[in-house]
Write a new protein. Structure first.
Length: 178
């Protein structure tokens, strides 16, 4: 019984840490490394974004040539017009990790001349915590330059299945010590 008192707090703490880590995701923009470049089609980044469900705590990862490109966070108007003149934030260095720390819309364009006009731009809609699970009514989808599609459903399994499996394992270990 004394060993259970020593082990149980560690198990509970481990569960909490695992749950917190399982929530946030790092998403390479476009779905793969080195993808922050002129896409094969002008709407490629937004088609990718339509398939994702962005939540607070997720991070976008953009890899690019730091000598010739950068990432600019811009307003919706500057996104639509590919205006690089007044960015909200400028990211340089070749590997940018952008934390999505609030719900709402985020807009990004390339800092390289002419790249935004060729489709190197991205708009994402981050869901608030109250929109966990299932579809979201009245919530706009990730931005697409021409057509508007409903948000993609949350992927089956993933972090939820992993979390449930971990919790079951912890519960089994805890019961074994009784």
């Amino acid at each position: 019984m004394a060993s259970l008192r020593k082990v149980l707090p560690c198990l509970v703490l481990s569960c909490l840490v695992f749950i917190l880590l399982a929530e946030a995701r790092e998403l390479p923009v476009g779905g793969n490394a080195n993808s922050w470049k002129i896409p094969s089609s002008p709407d490629a980044f937004n088609k990718w974004a339509e398939k994702e469900r962005f939540e607070i705590g997720d991070s976008l990862v953009m890899k690019y040539d730091p000598k010739s490109d950068s990432v600019l966070e811009v307003t919706e108007e500057d996104y639509k017009n590919c205006n690089k003149g007044k960015p909200i934030k400028t990211y340089k260095g070749g590997q940018t990790k952008i934390a999505l720390n609030r719900s709402g819309l985020f807009y990004f364009i390339s800092g390289a001349e002419g790249h935004c006009e060729k489709g190197q731009k991205l708009g994402v809609d981050v869901l608030s915590a109250k929109h966990e699970g299932g579809g979201v009514k009245g919530h706009p989808p990730a931005l697409a330059p021409v057509s508007v599609l409903p948000p993609a459903p949350a992927p089956a399994g993933g972090a939820d299945a992993l979390r449930v499996g971990f919790m079951a394992t912890v519960l089994a270990v805890g019961v074994a010590f009784l």
